[in-house]
Design a protein around this ligand. Structure first.
Ligand SMILES: NC(=O)c1ccc[n+]([C@@H]2O[C@H](COP(=O)([O-])OP(=O)(O)OC[C@H]3O[C@@H](n4cnc5c(N)ncnc54)[C@H](O)[C@@H]3O)[C@@H](O)[C@H]2O)c1
Length: 334
């Protein structure tokens, strides 16, 4: 059924109900074109055809540790994603607000969807180059399964990569794309996976090492830096996405930033600078800067659903496979 043509809201599932998953559910509650029908976390899932109540989901998750406790829509499960898909309940698209720990976790979730026979749109806000490469290599399987997968659709990669792709249009040749992000959050516990994955980029750390750290070890590390993580030359998928979209080779893309885990004020303004040469031979730089009042959650979840809507339009036209935020324009969700 083409929900867009029939004006029915797009039925959305949010997998992962931590910091970003809860923000995604809040954002959806003000939308008319999308409805939250499913939510899942590590210990359970909830489903309602009529739509889940965001506040009840968040309250249940925060007080009991899983949306699986939500009465009467919840189910407790240690394999919530597989079990939710197996219910066969209709969901048009899922936002994967899951940790990518280990670095092949989200690709393994994509495999579960492929195996299940479910057809629809999947959107991730994945960050590492090597993770996006794993997903890109699954293109033929996704196409055959009837899945339209939108990868790298958060803030960066995502919004900033798309802005770089747009800025590139003024130039005949792109010399460099420099992405610098500033993130301020009140406490690291609100975004555990995000902070762990960021630690994995620091000198002396790997994804596996960061994943294995206890909460006390994360806190001890943050104590040493006064809650601030400074990240340089990160392995970030903006590079492979811009290369894949034919904009520039990946070695011309750099990503770094500062994350303050103890202050919601951004430590610096998130921006992308795109330097290139015009057809007349002029060298110039376009800069796209995000407003400091916009939170990480707004800059990740907004684009994620914009890409879900764009993915749904592709899916309705029978276009399956994998696309990134550098190739497709997100659609504004009302
Ligand atoms: N692209 C971007 O701009 C951007 C920015 C920030 C965060 N992110 C990404 O968003 C993701 C989510 O981050 P967060 O800080 O909200 O995470 P979080 O730690 O706050 O929450 C993770 C959620 O996933 C659930 N989960 C974990 N394993 C699961 C499993 N096997 N099955 C089902 N649910 C499971 C947990 O129960 C929890 O609800 C991270 O991968 C992070 O890198 C992307």
């Amino acid at each position: 059924m083409n929900t867009q043509l029939t004006n029915l809201p797009i039925r959305v599932g949010v997998l992962g109900f931590g910091g970003l998953g809860q923000a995604a559910a809040k954002l959806l509650s003000s939308k008319g074109e999308m409805i939250l029908v499913a939510a899942g976390d590590q210990k359970g899932y909830a489903y309602s055809t009529e739509g889940l109540n965001t506040q009840q989901c968040i309250q249940t998750y925060q007080s009991q540790g899983s949306v699986g406790y939500l009465e009467p829509f919840g189910t407790l499960s240690n394999s919530s994603i597989q079990d939710l898909i197996a219910t066969g309940q209709p969901v048009d698209g899922y936002f994967l607000a899951l940790p990518n720990l280990p670095n092949d976790f989200i690709p393994s979730v994509a495999q579960e969807f492929i195996k299940s026979g479910w057809r629809g749109v999947l959107v991730d806000a994945i960050k590492r180059t090597s993770a996006v490469e794993q997903l890109l290599s699954m293109k033929a399987e996704l196409q055959a399964a009837g899945i339209t997968y939108m990868s790298g659709c958060g803030a960066t990669p995502g919004l900033l990569t798309a802005a770089a792709a747009l800025a590139a249009q003024s130039y005949a040749e792109i010399h460099k794309v420099e992405i610098t992000f500033g993130v301020g959050i009140a406490n690291w516990e609100a975004y555990r996976a995000t902070v762990r994955e960021d630690i994995g980029h620091m000198p002396g750390y790997t994804v596996e090492k960061a994943r294995a750290m206890t909460d006390a070890q994360v806190e001890a590390l943050l104590d040493k830096t006064n809650g601030v993580l400074t990240l340089e030359n990160m392995e970030h998928a903006d590079d492979v996405m811009l290369e894949f979209a034919g904009i520039c080779s990946r070695d011309r893309v750099t990503v770094g930033g500062i994350v303050d885990t103890r202050n919601p004020k951004k430590p610096l303004s998130t921006n992308v600078k795109v330097t290139g040469r015009t057809f007349e031979g002029k060298i110039s730089t376009h800069t796209f800067t995000l407003g400091d009042e916009t939170s990480m959650a707004a800059n990740v979840c907004g684009p994620a659903f914009g890409y879900l809507k764009a993915g749904k339009q592709l899916h309705d036209r029978g276009i399956y496979g994998i696309f990134t935020a550098a190739e497709i324009m997100p659609q504004f969700v009302k």
